[in-house]
Design a protein around this ligand. Structure first.
Ligand code: ADP
Length: 169
């Protein structure tokens, strides 16, 4: 009985995050904030047709950043990455929409700005991997983990997007 309840719960929790309700975690990194790129980045996601459901300016603690980048803990650049990410405020955001995780990664470009196509955020606005302006979740599972790390449920807004009928058919 408990198993049935848990599997139903998991099903409904998952289905709340799929299709047009898929969410991703995007962060304008400290260099992006200092270089006044917040407006440009928000503009790109809005114009694409994604829906903003959470946004805040955060001075991230090293503990939060270590959790966020846990999978990279053994990399030689890990401590520099934590120093960089805690060097100033970050704009943390949650965006929602169909295939938003995959599409956002395309909009960001590659980890190395030199490999990023012109037109992408990293392709247009940065030069080095250690100052690559923006973070975006790399999978739906990572997005769920990262959103719950950075946001309380109460900080995610449910609102009616009047333009959605012109974005989805
Ligand atoms: P992404 O941010 O594109 O998902 P990763 O998860 O691999 O890339 O790495 C996280 C962040 O760590 C990168 O965005 C970048 O800021 C930094 N980083 C990754 N690789 C390197 C590297 N070789 N040297 C310096 N910094 C790096």
């Amino acid at each position: 009985m408990i198993c049935l309840f848990l599997s139903l719960f998991a099903h409904f929790f998952q289905s709340g995050w799929t299709g047009v309700n898929e969410c991703t975690f995007i962060a304008v990194k400290p260099d992006g904030v200092q270089r006044k790129m917040v407006g440009e980045i928000v503009r790109r996601f809005e114009k694409k047709g994604f829906k903003l459901v959470g946004l805040k300016l955060v001075q991230a603690s090293e503990d939060l950043l270590r959790d966020h980048y846990w999978s990279l803990r053994s990399k030689p650049f890990f401590s520099k990455l934590i120093t960089y990410m805690s060097s100033g405020p970050v704009v943390a955001m949650v965006w929602r929409g169909l295939d938003v995780v995959k599409t956002a990664r395309k909009m960001l470009g590659e980890t190395n700005p030199a490999d990023s196509l012109p037109g992408t955020i990293r392709g247009n606005y940065c030069v080095e991997m250690g100052r690559n302006v923006i973070h975006g979740s790399d999978s739906v599972e990572s997005a769920q983990k990262e959103i719950s790390l950075w946001f309380h449920q109460s900080e995610l807004n449910r609102w009616e997007d009047c333009g959605s009928q012109w974005i989805y058919n």
